[in-house]
Write a protein that binds this ligand. Structure first.
Ligand SMILES: [Fe+2]
Ligand SMILES: [Fe+2]
Length: 314
């Protein structure tokens, strides 16, 4: 009975008092090598793949959030969602610049991975999936399903955001400052806006039980796409040519696990990432408790790209 009342007592609006601040940034890629963490090609490719996964997904967040914006009745949540949209659009642009001005210029084919993401987020998960119009009575359910996916992904991006924000090891290994700043700036903003997707999902009627199957869909989808995309860019490198990495072959999964076991400051273990979903499935899950906003802001106040943005505005 107590549990039921806990589940029903959803927060109606925003769960934060502070204002989320969008920052305009620009990264320079001229000096960034493919192995942006020296002597760590596997880890470098793995992180580089996020440049291809994120833009289409984050622009999709923006489109869907703009669509449901008029349905938000809580003024503070509406402000949060507007700031979230501006942050996510900037993330997408920053990662897209890495594809164009960094990876493509180093002769890495990014098109195949980008096309896959465009299909997924531009067609399959569109307002009209694969061009089919959703019947009016089901439209809200379709939106809610997609908002639930975003809330689950945002839990993951907060977890990954914490991992990169507190990671000092990449810097000790001599990581490229631009890529390091990109992932830390992005991770810190993911922490800053970690409540928004969850608040919005619940505000518009998203239920608790759906979190279970959405978690399974999201974790399988994200890990599968990430490994598949990383394998595609690794295959182009002659150091990996004889292995011919593929999402369907055990090597890439074993190598990921092996490196994470060798030192989890190099990359987080895939099993650890899956285990991080457990907290999200608890009835008392509260994204506010997931991370410390002050740590994220402390980084954002020193991030070279965010500082350049302030100078430009001033
Ligand atoms: Fe983002
Ligand atoms: Fe986000």
């Amino acid at each position: 009975m107590k549990l039921l009342s806990l589940l029903k007592k959803s927060k109606i609006g925003s769960s934060i008092q502070y204002q989320i601040k969008p920052r305009k940034v620009k990264f320079e890629w001229q000096q960034t090598p493919v192995d942006w963490i020296p002597n760590q090609p596997f880890v470098s490719y793995f992180v580089n793949e996020i440049n291809m996964i994120l833009p289409a997904g984050e622009f999709w967040f923006c489109r869907l959030y703009n669509k449901v914006l008029p349905q938000i009745s809580d003024e503070k949540l509406k402000q949060d969602v507007k700031a979230f949209i501006r942050q996510e659009a900037m993330h997408a642009q920053a990662h897209a610049s890495a594809n164009k001005e960094y990876l493509s210029l180093r002769n890495i084919d990014v098109e195949r991975n980008l096309k896959l993401m465009d299909f997924l987020f531009g067609k399959l998960l569109a307002d009209q999936p694969l061009g089919l119009s959703v019947p009016k009575p089901l439209e809200h359910q379709w939106d809610l399903f997609r908002l639930g996916i975003i809330a689950t992904v945002e839990h993951m991006t907060c977890v990954l955001g914490k991992y990169v924000l507190y990671n000092q090891y990449w810097q000790q290994l001599g990581a490229d400052p631009s890529m390091l700043d990109l992932v830390k700036w992005h991770g810190a903003e993911e922490i800053e806006h970690r409540t928004v997707a969850f608040d919005l999902y619940r505000h518009l009627g998203g239920g608790y039980i759906a979190r279970y199957y959405l978690s399974v869909v999201v974790i399988a989808g994200v890990l599968g796409l990430w490994v598949d995309g990383a394998a595609h860019i690794m295959r182009q490198d002659k150091r990996f040519k004889s292995i011919h990495p593929s999402v369907f072959k055990p090597w890439i999964w074993r190598e990921w696990y092996r490196i994470s076991q060798q030192d989890n400051r190099l990359m987080p273990s895939p099993l650890w990432l899956v285990s991080q979903q457990l907290g999200y499935l608890m009835p008392w899950y509260d994204p506010v408790q997931e991370a410390k906003t002050e740590d994220a802001l402390a980084y954002l106040n020193h991030s070279p790209a965010a500082k350049r943005a302030i100078l430009k505005v001033a």
